[in-house]
Design a protein around this ligand. Structure first.
Ligand SMILES: *Cc1c(COP(=O)(O)O)cnc(C)c1O
Length: 369
């Protein structure tokens, strides 16, 4: 393959290191650091990111699905990997690849014990998820006696950690609710620990949890979006460096006259003589239709060029009237000086969705490795 000359997603490992050190500095030395690398490390490249984080000293990883964990193991990642959302049909694979399941319901707990017995495991590390108000995954308070009973009656498991997830850690309006979640988590965890004679790690904070509720770090924190350069907070964002930059090039430039239209369904009409550039990136690459019709735009040679007309599958057209540029020039869709938050906000979404939505056909390029 020739060096990618079309659309590339640059992944800056130097920026990753910067963000890692930032969050490391926010927590106590003996608090462990779990790096969340689910969804291709938030749309980037989970292997490259995990290797770098291992080198930087992360203690733990988390992925969403078993396949994601297997991929890391097959690429030499050795630190423990928590699988946040495993299905009970995948438990043999989990054990075979030394992955650690989140057990979040009686059904998953029973099924895992059964699999661990079958594979003759002893003290296999598992993570018990508690529901403290997000109402997504996890055991509710009345279920705890049942959890205790099941775990007391088997030697196959070791509770490596007990955890929960905050519903609105970035939102100060929800402070009371969040503090309530943290209190309930503490109470439920103690009930388990007292009855299990175990010394599990406790963790509830995600990125915004670390920033807004530092006293709730317990024994470990789970950072995802922050590692990739987003603090969910106007005061924290400037201290972080977005890891990804989406770049493309100009394929073609044309000048159209007043009254001419651009693209499917003719939704853009030139009000005057207009210079249009065509770029090889579209909704199949993750630039959804919502960004079309001048909602936002790209940067070419430091100048803003709005996306005109509808976003096509593989192409967008931008208005470059007054911009000094030629075919083959570099285009920054987002990243670097042009914060991905601004791009996401223009489309009415958040950084999480924008960066995880960049499709796999866009070449990933590692820089500052
Ligand atoms: C995705 C996820 C995280 C990471 O959250 P960020 O807001 O990206 O830091 C932490 N914990 C759980 C359970 C998650 O699903």
């Amino acid at each position: 393959m020739p060096e990618a000359k079309e659309t590339v997603l640059e992944i800056d490992l130097g920026n990753l290191a910067h963000n890692y050190q930032y969050f490391r500095s926010k927590i106590d030395k003996n608090v462990r650091f779990l790096s969340v690398v689910k969804a291709h490390a938030y749309g980037s490249d989970s292997v490259a990111i995990a290797r770098k984080l291992e080198e930087l000293g992360t203690d733990y990883f988390a992925v969403a699905y078993v396949e994601e964990g297997i991929r890391l193991r097959e690429n030499g990642i050795t630190k423990p990997i928590l699988v946040l959302h495993p299905q009970f049909t995948h438990f043999e694979e989990i054990i075979k690849h030394c992955l650690e399941p989140n057990l979040y319901s009686e059904k998953t707990l029973r099924a895992f014990i059964e699999t661990a017995e079958k594979l003759q495991q002893q003290h296999y590390p598992v993570h018990i998820k508690l529901n403290t108000g997000l109402n997504r995954l996890g055991f509710d308070p009345p279920e705890l006696p049942r959890v205790i009973e099941l775990i007391q009656h088997t030697k196959t498991l070791k509770v490596a950690s007990i955890f929960s997830h905050l519903a609105a850690s970035e939102d100060w309006q929800e402070r009371d609710f969040t503090v309530g979640q943290i209190d309930l988590f503490r109470k439920m965890s103690w009930q388990l620990i007292e009855n299990l004679e175990a010394e599990p790690l406790l963790h509830i904070c995600n990125t915004s949890g670390i920033i807004n509720y530092p006293k709730a770090a317990f024994n470990m924190v789970r950072t995802g979006i922050g590692l990739y350069g987003f603090g969910n907070d106007k005061t924290v964002d400037p201290a972080l460096k977005p890891v990804v930059t989406l770049k493309t090039i100009i394929s073609q430039i044309r000048t159209i006259e007043k009254g001419a239209t651009v693209g499917y369904n003719r939704v853009f009409t030139a009000q005057d003589t207009t210079k249009i550039a065509t770029l090889p990136v579209g909704h199949a690459d993750g630039i959804n239709r919502i960004y079309g019709k001048q909602k936002t735009g790209v940067h070419i040679n430091g100048q803003f060029a709005p996306i005109v007309g509808n976003v096509c599958m593989d192409i967008i057209m931008v208005n470059i009237t007054g911009i000094d540029c030629e075919e083959g020039d570099e285009v920054i869709v987002f990243g670097g000086k042009y914060h991905p938050n601004d791009f996401a906000e223009a489309g009415g979404t958040i950084s999480y969705e924008l960066i995880t939505g960049i499709q796999r056909r866009v070449t990933r390029k590692i820089v500052n490795g």
